[in-house]
Ligand binder design. Structure first.
Ligand code: 3PG
Length: 306
C-alpha cells in the first residue's frame, strides 16, 4: 500500500488532519502522522519506507531524502521550498512540489496585522499612528503580495509594488503604482512588505542602502524569509536611525541584540506563523494530499519545482 507521511514539527491545526486523511484514505493509501518531533532521528526513521511525504518548514535535507528509500514525491505544504534539498530529490528521482497560493491569505492578513501592531506602538496604549494615507511598498507581487495589496487598499494606503518577474501592466491593472527597481520602492515607501523567496540571488539582498533609503518611520514587515535580510546592515540601520522598525514572523539570528537595544521598534513571532490558520492548514494540507494522489495515480507533475 502507498504510504504517505505527514511530517510536521509545527503541526497543522488538529481539525485539518481528518480532511487531509480523507483524501489519502479515498485513494486507498495509508497516512502516517509524525508531529512535533523533537529530533532529526525521528524524522529519519519515519521516512524510511514511505512513498510520499508532506512537510511544512521542516528541513528535507539530503540526509532525509537519502534515508527515504521508497520516496517518489515530497510536498512542501506551502509556498517557499528553500527547506528542501532539490538536488538530492532530483538525484534520487523524487519529485518535489509546493502548493502555491494555498496559504497566502493567512500570510497577507498577518502582514497587515503586524503593520497595525507597529503603527500602534505594539499596543502600548500610547498614541500611535494610522495606516491610512501611508505608503506601502510590496516587494514581490505574487500570491501573497497581491493579497496584501487587496487588504491594504481597504486601509486606504498608497500602494506601490516591485516585482522583476511580473509586468508593470499586470501590477498597474490592480491600481498599484509599479516601480522600476527595488531602490525606487524602498525610497518611496514608509512600509515595505516583503514577499520574495530565499534563493542565491535574494539572500542578504535587503541591505543597508535599501533599508536606509526608506522615509522617516521606515518599517519593514518580513513574512517571507529571514535569510533575505542582511542582518549586519539591519543592525547598522537600527543603531543609526531611531525611527526605523523591523517586524517579522521569523526572528533574525541577531534577535537578542535587537531585543537588548531597540525596545519598541521590533517584534518577532515565537515561531513562523504567517500561514498558521485553520484555513491555510486545510487548504495547503488537502492540496498537498491531492497532488500526491494525482501524481501517484496519474503522473500529474503540475507544481513540480525540481
Ligand atoms: C510558506 O512558505 O508557505 C510559509 O512560510 C509557511 O510556512 P509554514 O508552513 O512553516 O508555516
Amino acid at each position: 500500500m502507498t504510504k504517505v507521511l505527514i511530517a510536521t514539527e509545527k503541526p497543522f491545526a488538529a481539525a485539518a488532519i481528518p480532511q487531509i486523511k480523507a483524501v489519502i484514505d479515498n485513494a486507498g493509501f495509508e497516512m502516517i502522522l509524525l508531529e512535533k518531533y523533537a529530533d532529526k532521528s525521528e524524522l529519519l526513521s519515519a521516512v524510511a519506507d514511505v512513498d510520499a511525504i508532506i512537510i511544512r518548514s521542516d528541513k528535507a535535507t539530503k540526509e532525509v531524502i537519502d534515508a527515504a528509500k521508497n520516496l517518489k514525491i515530497i510536498i512542501r505544504a506551502g509556498a517557499g521550498f528553500n527547506n528542501i534539498d532539490l538536488e538530492a530529490c532530483t538525484a534520487n528521482n523524487v519529485v518535489a512540489m509546493n502548493t502555491p497560493g494555498q496559504n497566502s491569505n493567512a500570510v497577507a492578513e498577518l502582514a497587515l496585522g503586524m503593520m497595525v501592531y507597529m503603527a500602534r506602538g505594539l499596543f502600548n496604549a500610547k498614541a500611535g499612528t494610522e495606516l491610512t494615507g501611508r505608503t506601502l511598498g510590496i516587494h514581490a507581487y505574487g500570491h501573497v503580495g497581491s493579497l496584501v495589496a487587496k487588504i491594504a487598499k481597504g486601509f486606504g494606503m498608497k500602494l506601490y509594488a516591485f516585482d522583476p518577474f511580473i509586468s508593470k501592466e499586470q501590477i498597474e491593472k490592480d491600481g498599484i503604482i509599479a516601480c522600476d527597481s527595488a531602490e525606487e520602492l524602498y525610497k518611496t515607501c514608509q512600509y515595505i512588505s516583503l514577499h520574495i523567496p530565499a534563493n542565491d540571488k535574494t539572500k542578504n539582498s535587503i541591505d543597508y542602502n535599501l533599508m536606509n533609503s526608506m522615509p522617516k518611520g521606515g518599517t519593514i514587515v518580513n513574512t517571507a524569509r529571514k535569510e533575505v535580510i542582511h542582518e549586519d546592515d539591519l543592525l547598522k540601520v537600527m543603531s543609526e536611525r531611531e525611527d526605523f522598525r523591523y517586524v517579522s514572523d521569523i526572528a533574525p539570528d541577531c534577535k537578542d541584540e535587537i531585543a537588548a537595544k531597540y525596545d519598541g521598534r521590533y517584534y518577532f513571532t515565537p515561531k513562523k506563523m504567517g500561514a498558521q490558520t485553520l484555513e491555510a492548514n486545510v487548504n495547503a494540507g488537502v492540496a498537498g494530499a491531492e497532488q500526491i494522489v494525482d501524481f501517484i495515480l496519474n503522473g500529474n507533475t503540475t507544481f513540480k519545482v525540481n
